[in-house]
Design a protein around this ligand. Structure first.
Ligand code: EPZ
Length: 423
């Protein structure tokens, strides 16, 4: 397994390019199952999760070709396909459940393994399955698989009220509804930019979708979808992650491709923390106004609120902020696993259930720490950038799931960082 070594203390200056969004690409790829025609994605990120989704779609019978060193993904899916998504792939990545809606819509039946829990929470699928049941699907759970069958062979439009604005359930139902008979309305839909990006792609394929980006999405089912080429939207979580690098250790960095409308609530919090964010014609310029950030309170919420996927990274900044900050994690039940690792670096953090109280210290101290999940791993690297001495982050396979070329991107703006072979 590899590890990443960070020697803290360098101020960062220069530019970091932002890649296409992992969480957009992971829902755009299953959309190929909805059509007999080709679907080509450009600006795709090069990540292990994308390779896992590629394997899954190929196991279902789709042709998936990676071009231009992974920046372009060319897909097509002809004729009858395999409708069983096996546990040995699904267990590696929860987003595999996003083939359920498209398979049901295309073939009228599907057998998709439940993904099982993950480090940050139980991650049930009840909102997905209740919505599909409203559309006429009979869904049974047997030997760890969801066996789904559309009554009469085709889903029908329905009015679906989500108890929670689930991102994945919105994506699954929206995709399923494109080929359903009649109109589907999703109330309390997720509003994330990845939902809008998926709707844009589906419209390019011929789908009739309105209201994406708001809490009410309406889909008028059609009989078939066609071909499309679609650019993956910029990754707002990678963007927010790298914005915190100069915020934590000083300097000024421009994030190429960054747009404030992708991360409004996050930018407001950075402003309150004393971090300047300026939109340029190439992206976002970020610098810390003072020697230390100000303490701020953060509550994670569905978009357009503060993203849960930036909570761990924000905690790294607040560990050396001037004052006490309270972070409330309202989306997942176990998303503070980075806290004990940050404490090893001298942070002062108390966790009680979904609340973490952070007492800012002058400086963290480098230490050997362990990545526990994707976003926790990068928060440890951010902390290492500002810490005194060397930090070794182990189990960086977590990092490879969601961040391409971290060492190159950070060393390119002056960080002392390298990837090494670990035991
Ligand atoms: C997506 O996960 C993202 N993953 C997550 O990013 C992100 O943290 C999450 O949305 C919230 O923004 C992808 O897009 C691939 P949810 P998803 O359904 O769709 C509960 C990362 O780091 N819930 O909005 O699984 C669930 O348990 C990953 O890139 C149900 O109870 O998120 C959780 O507590 C991590 N029943 C909450 O809702 C359901 O049927 C949010 O889940 C579905 C969800």
């Amino acid at each position: 397994m590899d590890a990443i070594l960070v020697r803290g203390g360098n101020a960062l200056n220069g530019q970091i390019p932002i890649a296409g969004a992992k969480n957009a690409c992971l829902t755009l790829m299953p959309a190929t199952l909805l059509s007999e025609e080709p679907l080509t994605l450009t600006n795709a990120p090069r990540l292990s999760d994308i390779r896992t989704m590629t394997q899954l779609l190929q196991s279902l019978g789709a042709e998936v070709t990676s071009l231009q060193e992974g920046r372009v993904i060319a897909m097509s899916c002809h004729g009858a396909i395999n409708t069983r998504a096996d546990y040995d792939i699904v267990r590696k990545m929860r987003a595999s459940n996003l083939v359920l809606g498209p398979l049901l819509a295309r073939e009228g039946h599907a057998e998709v393994s439940l993904p099982g829990g993950c480090a940050i929470g139980a991650r049930p699928m009840d909102i997905h399955t209740d919505g599909l049941a409203k559309m006429g699907a009979q869904i049974d759970l047997r030997d760890g698989y969801l066996y789904a069958k559309a009554a009469g062979g085709r889903l029908k439009g329905a009015v679906i009220d989500f108890p929670f604005a689930s991102v994945g359930a919105t994506e699954n139902i929206m995709m399923a509804a494109t080929l359903a008979k009649g109109t589907t309305v999703i109330n309390n839909a997720a509003r994330e930019p990845e939902i809008v990006d998926l709707a844009d792609c589906l419209r390019r394929m011929g789908a009739q979708i309105d209201g994406d980006g708001t809490a009410t999405i309406t889909v008028q089912g059609v009989d078939r979808l066609g071909a499309a080429t679609h650019p993956v939207v910029a990754d707002r979580i990678e963007l927010g992650t790298y914005m915190l690098a100069p915020a934590i250790c000083g300097g000024e960095v421009e994030l190429l491709g960054g747009r404030i409308n992708l991360i409004g609530a996050f930018c407001e919090k950075l402003d309150a923390a004393g971090i300047d964010v300026t939109q340029t014609d190439r992206g976002l310029k970020v610098k810390c106004r003072g020697a230390r950030a100000n303490a701020v309170d953060v509550t994670t919420e569905p978009f357009p609120g503060f993203p849960t996927d930036l909570q761990a990274q924000m905690m790294a900044l607040l560990c050396t902020a001037d004052g006490t900050s309270v972070l409330e994690e309202t989306i997942f039940e176990n998303r503070f696993m980075h806290a004990p690792e940050l404490i090893r670096m001298g942070a002062s953090i108390e966790v009680h259930g979904g609340r973490a109280t952070v007492q800012g210290v002058e400086r963290l101290k480098g230490a050997p720490v362990m990545a526990t999940d994707l976003r926790a791993s990068v928060s440890l690297i951010l902390a290492g950038l500002a810490a005194e001495g060397e930090t070794k982050v182990s189990r960086v396979y977590h990092l490879d799931r969601g961040y391409e070329h971290v060492v190159a991107k950070l060393s390119g703006v002056g960080a002392d960082i390298e990837r090494i072979k670990d035991q």
